[in-house]
Ligand binder design. Structure first.
Ligand code: NAD
Length: 463
């Protein structure tokens, strides 16, 4: 067999990738060749972690927080370089948010009843070794926030990260183990395999030492985990609509929606993916978006070219477009725009493929509704029953209440960018695992614990 130029190029790039991978994993803590070995190591670490005092657990977590702050830029750059997706500046902010706002041991609380018949406590105990599957859209953010919450709950964790983000995920996993060792804890509080595959994920899902699996990703992985026979926490896909009614501050709505939509090039699952606005405000809203907020108004021809570029005929996303900025996407269809363009917009029907599909790109179609009830109906349709996230810009509390009841999502942000939901410019804690499908909502340390009732009858009540 003779080697042609393409074959040589493929072999060279495979060898280079292998060398780079060896370099990436050499000396890294928590990285194993085989999933069974990774689980065994995490199990040994878990036997130590479950006996640590809350104070010792918290020391590990505060060391992880410090290291995440110190490594925020490195992690952000690695994520963008490895996946080709997202925005370095925004990813830096996401890592600081994880370090500051993902709950630690303060989330583990005991409930008590004391009365004539004694004292009853409900305590939150660890599951053991948790299996976690993580996405390529927020790779290190999810690894770090899962590890903080799971270790705070007294568990250790084995990750099967997205293969396209394995180097970044390994870097984050190593950082957690270094933090544990520095704080006097064990190695391997977080583990993974060098090459995650569907097979390594299947081993994890069936393993006797994994009682709980947390899956963060699209519909396929959540369904796989929920069919595994284990308890599963399913943080699935979204397609969040932002509804704008006639009572909203339209200028503010335009700014907030475009800020949320363009954050990290629209990668967050909570980010605004389309707008539904009542007829009377559509023109004003779009004029602010285009004239003040850096939106490019795409013509019908450009929309068609975008459809043909960002997805195939079956509606499957072109991975080379996910998480890219607006300028890059427009260049792909032959349209050059100035640097201040950060989003693409157009008016379309709700069925338009760029509106109905969860693109994870800064493309914000606007659907015109004849009145508020019609807007709610269209937004509910566009959310596709994911029960994930939705947003509204309105000053009418009856409208907000009606929308909240109809759309029934884990997150509903009012009059602010979507990222306020994860504590960025809004109250509340941060997470990158939003359990939309299984109903836990925004996960935190408490989500990764099991409840135990401890009952003392006719004693220890000293009232
Ligand atoms: P993806 O579904 O392609 O991959 C997610 C993870 O699941 C990866 O580790 C992948 O290897 C694994 N996976 C995929 N199919 C699997 C299967 N059948 N069995 C076992 N493992 C499987 O998603 P992605 O592109 O990495 O991330 C984007 C998607 O994730 C979007 O749909 C987004 O909305 C969703 N997401 C949800 C949340 C949330 O908290 N709800 C957070 C981030 C991303």
């Amino acid at each position: 067999m003779s080697l042609n130029e393409n074959m040589v190029r493929d072999i060279v790039s495979e060898v280079v990738a292998k060398l780079q991978m060896n370099e990436a994993v050499s000396g890294m803590h928590g990285v194993f060749k085989d999933m069974n070995e990774a689980i065994e190591a995490a199990k040994k670490a878990e036997e130590v972690v479950r006996r640590l005092s809350m104070d010792q657990r918290e020391k590990i977590i505060s060391t992880i927080r410090r290291k995440v702050h110190e490594n925020a830029e490195t992690l952000a750059r690695m994520g963008v370089d490895e996946t080709g997706m997202g925005n370095v500046g925004h990813k830096i902010l996401k890592h600081h948010l994880v370090a500051d706002k993902c709950p630690g041991t303060e989330d583990i609380k005991t409930q008590a009843w004391s009365g004539d018949r004694g004292l009853t406590l409900v305590e939150m105990g660890p599951f053991g070794v948790i299996g976690a599957i993580t996405p390529c859209t927020n790779p290190s953010e999810t690894v770090l926030c899962n590890t903080i919450g799971m270790v705070a709950g007294g568990n250790t964790v084995v990750f099967n990260p997205h293969p396209q983000a394995i180097k970044t995920s390994i870097y984050a996993i190593n950082l957690c183990n270094e933090a544990s060792l520095e704080a006097g804890g064990p190695d391997n509080i977080a583990c993974t395999v060098e090459k995650p595959t569907l097979d390594s994920s299947a081993i994890m899902m069936k393993h006797k030492d994994i009682p709980l699996i947390a899956a963060t990703g699209g519909p396929g992985v959540v369904t796989a985990v929920l069919s595994s026979g284990k308890r599963g926490i399913g943080a699935g896909a979204g397609n969040p609509p932002a509804l704008v009614d006639e009572t909203a501050d339209i200028r503010h709505a335009a700014e907030a929606i475009v800020n949320g939509c363009t954050f990290d090039n629209n990668l967050p699952c909570i980010a605004e993916k389309e707008i539904v606005a009542v007829d009377s405000v559509v023109d004003e809203l779009m004029s602010y978006m285009v004239n003040e907020q850096g939106c490019y108004l795409a013509s019908k021809e450009e929309q068609d070219k975008l459809v043909a570029t960002v997805m195939d005929e079956k509606g499957r996303l072109n991975r080379k477009c996910v998480g890219r900025d607006a300028k890059t996407l427009l260049r792909m269809i032959g349209t050059e725009v100035p640097d201040n363009i950060r989003c693409i917009t157009f008016e379309g029907e709700k069925e338009h493929p760029l509106i109905a599909t969860e693109l994870m790109m800064p493309i914000l179609g606007v659907v015109r509704a004849k009145d508020f009830d019609d807007a709610v109906e269209k937004a509910v349709w566009l959310e596709h029953g994911n029960r994930h996230s939705a947003h509204i810009h309105s000053k009418n509390i009856d409208n907000i209440t009606k929308y909240a009841r109809a759309i029934d999502t884990a997150i509903l942000v009012k009059n602010a960018p979507s990222y306020a939901a994860i504590g960025f410019g809004g109250e509340g804690f941060c997470t990158f695992t939003i359990a939309s499908r299984t109903g836990e909502g925004l996960t935190s340390a408490a989500t990764f614990t099991k409840k135990r009732r401890c009952v003392m009858v006719d004693s220890l009540c000293i009232r």
